[in-house]
Design a protein around this ligand. Structure first.
Ligand code: ATP
Ligand code: MG
Length: 278
């Protein structure tokens, strides 16, 4: 058994691309009606995400992962520090990013086609171009034949594909994904992960991917960022030196994959209390 704590060096490799998103001494406090004292979710969080990178973020439940994405997308404001996008502070909802939120938020009264078309309609794209783009997206995520179906008629995995297609349709520079495959069964999850890697390799956008699953983070990421328990900050950043393209069905037999998983588990488990979820 290799000594994983020394086999894995927790430092960040030199990046050749430019910073896309920067968190500088980021802090977030929430005031709850029922509690007189505000809860400090995040304090002094520093992290840079580089253009074209696939960064996975893991951390104990409730440490502020979704909050981090909400601030990155401009849907929430920091209580301290800064979030920079292309070097400028994020002051309002950022329309250059695509956000796959933790909750499935498809519109039940719209068909698959109409759901995917929505962000394009909001952007004022002409009808013919929308039809073409939506058709391409449906093919890309393997939903041909379900164009006229409603979300209620689809499986959980198919709904996730619609969400992915809707996000990719307007070609976002950055994709924020908050546990996008969490509810899927293992087999479908594998299919969707491989699909996402294929799409990312072709589109070359930046991805920030939140997950509870360490092996998913290692399988997909260029880098895994571990957040500490509240008030969260970056505990460790681990570059994932597995070659690409990655065949996810074979990855679990790779000893390096095992080492990285084991190391990340050891780091993450330090912040978990008994009975905690990751
Ligand atoms: N709008 C809000 N008002 C008050 N408290 C909030 C709000 N949003 C989040 N919080 C609190 O901030 C903390 C972090 O929440 P967040 O949803 O970011 O955690 P998370 O890391 O995404 O958790 P999980 O892994 O369970 O999804 C929690 O304690 C939560 O109760
Ligand atoms: Mg969350």
């Amino acid at each position: 058994m290799p000594n994983t704590s020394t086999a894995v060096t927790p430092h960040v490799a030199k990046h050749t691309s430019r910073p896309k998103i920067e968190f500088q001494r980021l802090g977030k406090r929430f005031h709850r009606k029922s509690e007189p004292v505000p809860v400090t979710v995040m304090e002094g969080l520093d992290l840079t995400i580089y253009e074209g990178e696939f960064v996975c973020v893991v951390g104990p439940s409730g440490c502020g992962k979704s909050t981090l994405l909400n601030m990155s997308a401009g849907l929430m404001h920091p209580s301290a520090g800064k979030v920079l996008y292309d070097g400028a502070p994020v002051a309002e909802p950022n329309t250059k990013v695509g956000y796959i939120t933790q909750k499935d938020n498809l519109m039940p009264w719209r068909t698959v086609t109409a759901n995917i078309a929505l962000p394009l309609q909001i952007r004022g794209m002409d009808k013919k171009a929308i039809g073409k783009r939506v058709g391409e997206m449906i093919e890309l995520v393997g939903l041909t034949g379900f164009e006229k179906a409603y979300p209620g008629e689809l499986s959980g995995g198919m709904r996730k594909r619609v969400t992915l297609a809707r996000t990719l349709a307007y070609k976002p520079e950055v994709i924020f994904a908050d546990e996008p495959f969490g509810a899927l069964d293992a087999q479908l999850r594998g299919v969707m992960q491989q699909e996402l890697l294929r799409i990312w390799a072709a589109s070359k956008n930046t991805v920030v991917f939140i997950t509870h699953d360490i092996s998913e983070a290692v399988a997909l990421g260029d880098r895994v960022v571990v957040l500490s328990a509240r008030p969260s900050r970056v505990k460790v950043e681990v570059p994932i030196d597995l070659p690409r393209p990655r065949d996810l069905s074979k990855l679990r037999f790779d000893p390096r994959f095992g080492e990285l998983n084991e190391y990340l588990w050891s780091v993450l488990s330090e912040d978990l209390n008994e009975g905690d979820e990751v």
